[in-house]
Design a protein around this ligand. Sequence first.
Ligand SMILES: NC(=O)c1ccc[n+]([C@@H]2O[C@H](COP(=O)([O-])OP(=O)(O)OC[C@H]3O[C@@H](n4cnc5c(N)ncnc54)[C@H](OP(=O)(O)O)[C@@H]3O)[C@@H](O)[C@H]2O)c1
Length: 344
Amino acid sequence: MGFKVAVVGATGNVGREMMNILAEREFPADEVVAIASRKSLGQEVSYGDKTLKVKALEHYDFSDTDICLMSAGGSVSKEWSPKIAAQGAIVIDNSSAWRYDSDVPLIVPEVNADAIEGFSKRNIIANPNCSTAQLVVALKPLHDKAKIKRVVVATYQSVSGAGKEAMEELFSQTKAVYQIDEVVPKKFPKRIAFNVIPHIDVFQDDGYTREEWKMVVETKKILDPKIKLTATCVRVPVFVSHSEAVNIEFEEPITADEAREVLRKAPGCLVIDKRENGGYVTPYEAAGEDATYISRVREDPTVDNGLMLWVVSDNLRKGAALNAVQIAECLINRKLIAAKKKAA
Ligand SMILES: NC(=O)c1ccc[n+]([C@@H]2O[C@H](COP(=O)([O-])OP(=O)(O)OC[C@H]3O[C@@H](n4cnc5c(N)ncnc54)[C@H](OP(=O)(O)O)[C@@H]3O)[C@@H](O)[C@H]2O)c1
């Protein structure tokens, strides 16, 4: 008997990708239900070669649902995840609502799958922020090899990380620039077309943004609380895939060749690193792919035991939907969930 899976936020960027990935990976689901807000009731979304009619969250009964993939934003998750969990479904949430709760595991299966066991306290498992997910996939094997002391990262984050309206804004502003029309920022604080914006999420008192804070706190929770990290998060006019320039300082010596060898064997990582024109991965090439790509591996001669990397991944897949589905697979593989008996 297979599982009943609900996708909340099924009309959104991440939700649609969740439906694709469930179908692509032949997730053992007997039934997949697409759920969104009332305004999307009856709208159609695809799941493999099927078309599903969207149901409204507020009237949905989750008592025979096994797994709920939640991707409808923080405030919806704060209100609904505990209610859905209380009805007996395990919630895997994509928002930041539960990531920092000590009773909620924050999981990237390639990095800290064992921490999943703690889910039963709340019946909720959190998915990290997209920029953290790809970073920790690349850091984990290097940390195991030479112990990371400090990380300095600059991100180049695509507009899809801010939702479907943000993608529409890049498209319409780009069109407006070519048509010599007025460019009006709505979703982003400044024009995003032909520009970059060093500001994602809200500002904190210390001058960092919440997005930058998330990378620090989430890396500590997933990988190692001793790792020091500082980030600058930047929005760039790319539709899909986040890129990161990463500087790492290790406790122990590690050469670029050793790092490449370790990363080549690491789960979820793909090293493309030829020191020639085009011998690296760009966000355009990573879109639609599952891997975390690592390029431009080189030693940093300005610190002891330093390395530089370029890390690229599809933020809607490894940064969100794929990671959530991998968490669900992890629950099944570890026999932490059994399909509920459904009414005939
Ligand atoms: N995009 C990424 O790279 C990424 C990565 C990691 C995490 N996340 C997180 O994933 C979540 C979704 O992101 P997204 O990019 O997919 O956003 P999005 O494209 O704006 O989609 C939002 C989804 O949430 C649904 N929704 C909104 N309010 C709702 C309500 N009251 N009840 C039920 N459904 C509601 C929307 O349904 P309607 O169409 O009916 O409004 C839509 O399906 C966010 O929390 C985001 O922070 C995103």
